[in-house]
Design a protein around this ligand. Structure first.
Ligand code: SF4
Length: 329
């Protein structure tokens, strides 16, 4: 990237930066690594709008990495409920404990990457934004901007191009400027090229086909799986269990039920929900049962929101309650 293009990009960032609770305004001291790391973990597969209030609540409850490291695992999983991808929450706890034991976050990308749950993207983001290391975190937004600027169909070349584009100094601002440009201007569909500070340097724009870069991934067909959840209700209470620590929704509160399977289930149901996970779709059939089973607890139905149910089971509980009401009518 020419020095001119880089300074246009940075100026565009200064004029338009998004005020987010994990960021520092351009020109001010960098945010704490704890904030950058926590936000980047939360933002994987989850939108900024969904993350913002959850980030603030999380930080109020555990204002430091040491506080998070000392938190009981069940409390963190409960606070994470609804954000999805629960392996992230388990890694979050492991990482917090490792960092607290080390006395703080290491300041280099290479050391950060050795921590649990921290991959190439998060380590580069924390190193660049919190510690000013010359790294470019490449998420899907940055990947799209770089691929279009250089008319790259093959995404594997993007990280090398991204690093070569970085101007001297201000790596944190550069990383965030690229992230913001991808999120708000260089959008997947209908990019706003006429408002883009990099339009004069963009090969995809010059070709007139920005949306052709990078080549889209072929759509994957998700397999269908099936499950049963038991609705066990008594005197305004419902029986909940905790899922095994390993596997899908590991360690999360749930309605009890047998393992999910590949064959459709037939049962006397009161409700059904369909939920799409990354690698499969699940049809969950909700069946009323009289007696509690397995290890669990009675949760007051009017305080279900405090149980930390992940989205699948929250929706299943809502469907079950609607089904029971219809049955009683
Ligand atoms: S000119 Fe258009 S395609 Fe190129 S980087 Fe800017 S928004 Fe993206």
């Amino acid at each position: 990237m020419s020095a001119n293009a880089a300074s246009r990009l940075l100026q565009h960032y200064v004029d338009n930066f998004r005020r987010l609770p994990w960021r520092s305004p351009p020109g001010s001291p960098p945010p704490e690594p704890y904030r950058v790391w926590l936000s980047e973990v939360m933002l994987q597969q989850t939108t900024v709008a969904a993350v913002t209030p959850r980030f603030e609540r999380f930080l109020e409850r555990w204002p430091t990495i040491e506080a998070l490291a000392a938190a009981p695992e069940a409390d963190v999983m409960q606070e994470w409920a609804g954000l999805g991808y629960y392996a992230r929450a388990r890694n979050l706890i492991a990482c917090a404990r490792a960092v607290a034991a080390m006395g703080g976050f290491p300041a280099s990308e290479a050391e950060l990457r050795k921590l649990p749950g921290i991959g190439a993207y998060t380590s580069a983001a924390v190193a660049a934004i919190a510690f000013g290391e010359a790294e470019v975190p490449v998420d899907t937004n940055v990947e799209r901007v770089v691929a279009r600027l250089h008319a790259l169909t093959d995404k594997s070349a993007v990280p090398a191009f991204a690093k070569a584009m970085m101007p001297e100094g201000r790596p944190g601002d550069f990383a965030q400027a690229m992230m913001d440009l991808g999120a708000s201007i260089c959008r997947p569909r209908a990019p706003l090229c006429t408002q883009c500070p990099l339009a004069a340097d963009c090969r995809a724009f010059a070709l007139g086909t920005p949306e052709a870069f990078p080549t889209p991934k072929p759509k994957t067909i998700r397999p269908q799986r099936y499950g049963i959840a038991w609705w066990i209700e008594r005197d305004g209470l419902v029986w909940l269990v905790r899922r095994p620590a390993k596997g899908m929704l590991g360690g999360m509160a749930a309605l009890p039920g047998p393992d999910w399977q590949d064959e459709p289930v037939t049962a006397n149901a009161i409700a059904w929900v369909t939920h799409v996970f990354t690698h499969f779709a699940l049809d969950l059939t909700i069946v009323p049962v009289a007696e509690p089973c397995g290890e669990g607890w009675w949760q007051p139905i009017d305080r279900l929101s405090e149980a930390g149910l992940p989205t699948l089971y929250r929706r299943a509980a809502e469907a079950a309650l609607a089904g029971m009401t219809a049955l009683a009518a």
